[in-house]
Ligand binder design. Structure first.
Ligand SMILES: O=C(O)CCC(=O)C(=O)O
Ligand SMILES: [Fe+2]
Length: 222
């Protein structure tokens, strides 16, 4: 894309980036992963052990082969099982609100929480969570709330071997630890989608990995 091309939702990405940054910098529990290339924060003990266990059970109920915007399950790019948790379930709604509150993003911008399960050999290859606005799917996503701003992801269990979240360009690996929330800005401070947020769910080697993810849009989702 030419440098002069308009970047969809850039002002909003810049604004929400700054607001969330200020909030997290002010939160003594939020730990900023040391890199200048992206804004990634971790917070331990975001969910309790019983909350994690309850979510794991819920994921087992909804999990189906994961879908992607532009690739079928059969391509092997994302081989986990996943499904959206019922936003009307009071327990799920409570967790969702806590994530909104932690980031300080309007609830209406948040997508439904997605649960994901990876068995041995399953993975989510390196990708960006932000949308490629030159792709066909963008026509729909543009009206569905627009570009993704922040991602919040929570590990629900420890994995015997493998299954870390790997920021491939930044060469940072985060091993699953139950209750730990990871949040990152998918854009840079100027509001441009950040290529350096490229990340993968590396293959689980032993055990099962469960996570929940909540992606935020710049505008009202849906
Ligand atoms: O499984 C992981 O560690 C990464 C998941 C992920 O990239 C996502 O949910 O967008
Ligand atoms: Fe992702």
């Amino acid at each position: 894309m030419a440098k002069t091309a308009t970047i969809p939702d850039r002002d909003a990405l810049k604004r929400v980036g700054a607001a969330v940054r200020a909030r997290l910098e002010d939160d003594p529990k939020a730990y900023k992963i040391p890199t200048e290339e992206a804004e990634i924060y971790a917070i331990g003990g975001f969910l309790t052990a019983p909350e994690c266990t309850r979510l794991v059970t819920m994921i087992d109920v909804v999990a189906k082969p994961s879908e992607l915007y532009d690739q079928a399950y059969s391509t092997g790019f994302r081989t986990s099982f996943s499904g959206n948790l019922d936003p009307h379930d009071p327990f799920v709604a409570g967790i969702s609100r806590r994530i909104d509150d932690f980031l300080g993003i309007k609830a209406e911008c948040g997508e439904a929480i997605q649960g994901q399960r990876y068995l041995p050999g399953q993975e989510f290859k390196a990708h960006n969570d932000w949308f490629y606005t030159d792709q066909e799917y963008w026509k729909m996503e543009r009206k569905n709330g627009g570009q993704r701003s922040w991602t919040a992801m929570i590990f629900l269990n420890a994995v015997e071997k493998g299954g870390s979240t790997h920021f491939t360009t930044l060469q940072m690996n985060i091993a699953p630890q139950p209750g730990v929330l990871l949040a990152w800005n998918n854009a840079d401070p100027s509001g441009v989608p950040n290529e350096k947020t490229l990340h993968a769910g590396t293959p689980v080697e032993e055990g099962t990995k469960y996570i929940i993810t909540k992606w935020y849009r710049t505008r009202k989702w849906g």
